[in-house]
Design a protein around this ligand. Structure first.
Ligand code: TEU
Ligand code: CA
Length: 569
């Protein structure tokens, strides 16, 4: 049965209804036995993602982390050619086939646009660095050193610990890099840069791509006086977002200490001019049918993140709200987080949520390793797939993949390689997809580029496909159910707090002629919920296999860590 919203052809705002799935191409499926995932491997797995029946996961769109030509200092986030596929992943022809096969399955394709910086191997930078009067010199940010000691032009730090300026002997100047020195920042004040990147966007849209995820879109433009950032002490009382008591302890430390830059990022991010760049991009998207975009905007203040929708809804279609990733395991923390974002969003702005991505510890591992971890994963899945907004599922989340604790000698991510054991880097959330138990996990027959994650025996697709109570089947059931419920894919959101225990989080989702209530019990105890004056709830879905479906009275009983979805008559 094709659900109502499957037919999204011609639906301009398909992205509001869609369930997205993030694939880290290097770790999804290896087709040519080199231990590295590739595009043909992804093509082979598309039916798992959506074959039109509820036997498949049922996702509607894929966000691919970069597979463009890259020397892999930052594993694809250092791009050396925006219009070609890195040979490790395949060819442009492979990409065209992937796009065609995805579209056949009504799966749309979103690419990762990493244009705050390029690789230092990009021809643009090679030219720019070749001489002070090269025509492309001003495509990057070059500055004289300061004072007798030829110190860096200012005190800016990069995002991976360390200073943000690298002295280039050849021409005797520093260039700016907000990340690794192998990732020189483009100069977004330069109209030629804007045009060149605009042509990259058109190149992929002409090929039929459906959207873009914009990497660190909040740091494109910098203060043109290149003033020193205020010292750390000025930043200790950072405002905005979750209260410290609602934020995970490590996230509190990172925020309090402005880690990793140890300073207040006042002059090298969130500059007003960046909004003009995003408006230019949006005009390009809007000149093609049904294109979407989502921003990776990192800020303390929700208002600041919300500003990237644009004053006239003319910048980003969606923005992630990463505070959700930092919530402690408390019903109130999640509720306050969502309420704050819902209150902050401008009229018409559409949220995007995720529990995990390729930069953060996998959600299941963020919330503990005890035997109830899997119940918590089921509860989080119900929340992610029923909040107002577009859900992004991270590959492996659907089978409960956990964070891998890798030994130093196995680390690849530059953060972990450089800062182990202070920081283990991001490899732990990037381990190969676990298709089945056994050597290579069905990902590859060769030695895998990263070790496999933990608990492979039960955390793999093959085992969970055949278990009707598995997490994988919970995701499938929920994603397919969601397609039939307008209150979920286009309805409003309102928290319900009357009569609700502090360790439960309940909310109402309403569309024209449909009202749903979602009740999430974050506690390890049974909870009673009284939904007074909300009509007769009828249970549609529970995360607990033991709970029977069907009509129930006013008083709802939730098992420990149980989440339920009810329809209201
Ligand atoms: O991540 C950006 C990132 O690491 C943020 O936390 C950053 O520190 C913050 O936005 C700065 O204000 C993106 C990619 O997701 C990541 O994988 C890349 O390594 C990074 O950008 C550089 O491209
Ligand atoms: Ca391969």
């Amino acid at each position: 049965m094709i659900a109502d919203n499957r037919k999204m052809d011609g639906v301009e705002d398909w992205w509001k209804r869609a369930v997205f799935y993030q694939i880290y191409p290097r770790s999804y499926k290896d087709s040519n036995h080199d231990g590295i995932g590739d595009l043909p491997g992804i093509i082979a797995q598309l039916d798992y993602l959506n074959d039109g029946t509820d036997q498949s996961l049922g996702i509607d769109a894929i966000w691919f982390s970069p597979f463009f030509t890259s020397p892999d200092h930052d594993f694809g986030y250092d791009v050396a050619d925006y219009c070609d596929i890195d040979p490790r992943y395949g060819t442009l022809e492979d990409f065209d086939r992937l796009l065609e096969e995805a579209h056949k399955r009504e799966i749309r394709v979103m690419l990762d646009l990493v244009v705050n910086h390029t690789s230092d191997q990009h021809p643009w930078f090679m030219e720019s660095r070749s001489s002070r009067d090269n025509p492309k010199r001003d495509w990057y940010i070059w500055k004289e050193g300061r004072g007798k000691g030829n110190r860096p032009p200012n005190n800016w730090r990069n995002n991976f610990f360390g200073r943000a300026w690298n002295f280039d002997q050849l021409t005797g100047q520093y260039y700016l890099h907000s990340f690794l020195k192998e990732q020189p920042d483009l100069n977004w004040e330069n109209q030629a840069v804007r045009e060149a990147v605009g042509n990259v966007i058109r190149f992929w849209l002409d090929r039929g791509v459906d959207g873009f995820r914009l990497d660190v879109a909040h740091i494109y433009c910098k203060d043109q006086q290149f003033r020193d950032n205020p010292s750390l002490l000025r930043g200790l009382n950072r405002v905005g977002g979750l209260a410290p008591a609602d934020r995970l302890p490590l996230a509190n430390i990172m925020k309090k200490l402005s880690l990793p830059e140890l300073q207040v990022r006042k002059y090298n991010q969130h500059m007003p001019e960046t909004h003009n760049v995003l408006k230019e991009f949006r005009r390009i998207y809007d000149s093609y049918p049904a294109v979407t975009s989502v921003g990776e905007i990192v800020a303390d203040d929700p208002e600041l993140i919300a500003s990237y929708y644009g004053s006239n809804n003319d910048e980003l279609h969606m923005n992630f709200y990463f505070e959700l990733l930092q919530c402690r395991w408390k019903a109130g923390a999640f509720r306050r987080c969502i309420e704050l974002w819902e209150k902050t969003l401008p009229a018409g702005a559409w949220p995007a949520y995720t529990l995990s991505n390729h930069d953060v510890v996998r959600a299941l591992s963020r919330y503990g390793h005890d035997r109830d971890a899997d119940k918590r994963a089921r509860l989080l899945a119900l929340m992610l797939l029923t909040l107002r907004g577009t859900p992004f599922v991270y590959y492996g989340e659907e089978i409960g993949m956990k964070e891998a604790l890798l030994p130093k000698e196995k680390l690849k991510d530059p953060i972990g390689v450089k800062w182990y054991p202070l920081h283990r880097g991001r490899d732990g959330c990037r381990t190969p997809m676990q298709w089945k138990a056994g050597c290579g996990a069905g990902f590859s027959t060769a030695e895998t580029w990263l070790p496999l994650g933990p608990e492979l025996e039960q955390r793999n697709v093959q085992k969970q496909q055949s278990d009707s109570h598995s997490l994988l089947n919970l995701y499938k059931q929920l994603i397919w159910l969601r397609k039939t419920l307008p209150a979920l894919y286009e309805g409003s959101y309102r928290s319900i707090t009357d009569g609700i225990a502090e360790d439960c989080y309940c909310y109402l989702r309403q569309a024209e002629d449909q009202a749903l209530v979602i009740c999430l019990n974050f506690s390890s105890q049974q909870r009673q919920i009284i939904l007074s004056d909300l009509g007769q709830p009828q249970l549609l879905f529970s995360t607990s296999p033991a709970t029977a479906k069907g009509g129930i009275g006013q008083s709802l009983t939730l098992q420990p860590y149980e989440g339920c979805l009810y329809a209201l008559k």
